[in-house]
Design a protein around this ligand. Structure first.
Ligand code: AMP
Length: 135
């Protein structure tokens, strides 16, 4: 089973931010910035083009709502949305995921994950604030 299927199934721990009928969002364990989320279809697909219309709509709606919560709850000034599709494009987990990366200032953020893991407490607090913003 892939790690994100494990997260969807509740077998791998996560800091959940959103759960809908077809889509789940949780914090990236190696955040590029505070509040970096991954938005995934609950069904295992690898590529964007494999999504149904309903899944694609919910994925994009969730990403937009999370970006709003990053603004209202975390003070983000902007957001990067990105998908790595295929190993050659940098996709490490072969379960489609949209990165939602809040930006706080004009400093450079490398389009790659941080080498070190975020602290559990920081992840928990950030997820709670984003959930609050989505209520
Ligand atoms: P990508 O390179 O686009 O495939 O990104 C995969 C992302 O998944 C990376 O940013 C990882 O930090 C993240 N990741 C891997 N395992 C987990 C996990 N168990 N929980 C949260 N994020 C994860």
């Amino acid at each position: 089973m892939c790690v994100f299927c494990g997260i969807v199934a509740g077998e791998v721990p996560k800091h959940e931010v959103y759960s809908g009928e077809r889509v789940l969002a949780f914090l990236d364990i190696n955040p590029a910035t505070r509040g970096h989320c991954l938005v995934v279809p609950k069904r295992h697909v690898e590529r964007l083009g494999e999504l149904s219309r309903e899944e694609a709509a919910e994925l994009l709606e969730a990403a937009g709502a999370i970006a709003e919560a990053c603004r209202s709850q975390l003070g983000a000034k902007g957001v990067n949305f990105w998908i790595n599709q295929g190993r050659v494009a940098g996709q490490v987990v072969p379960h489609l995921h949209l990165h939602v990366v809040p930006r706080y200032a004009e400093e450079e953020v490398k389009v790659e994950v941080r080498a070190e893991r975020a602290a559990q407490q920081e992840l928990e607090e950030t997820a709670e604030r984003l959930r609050k913003g989505l209520r």
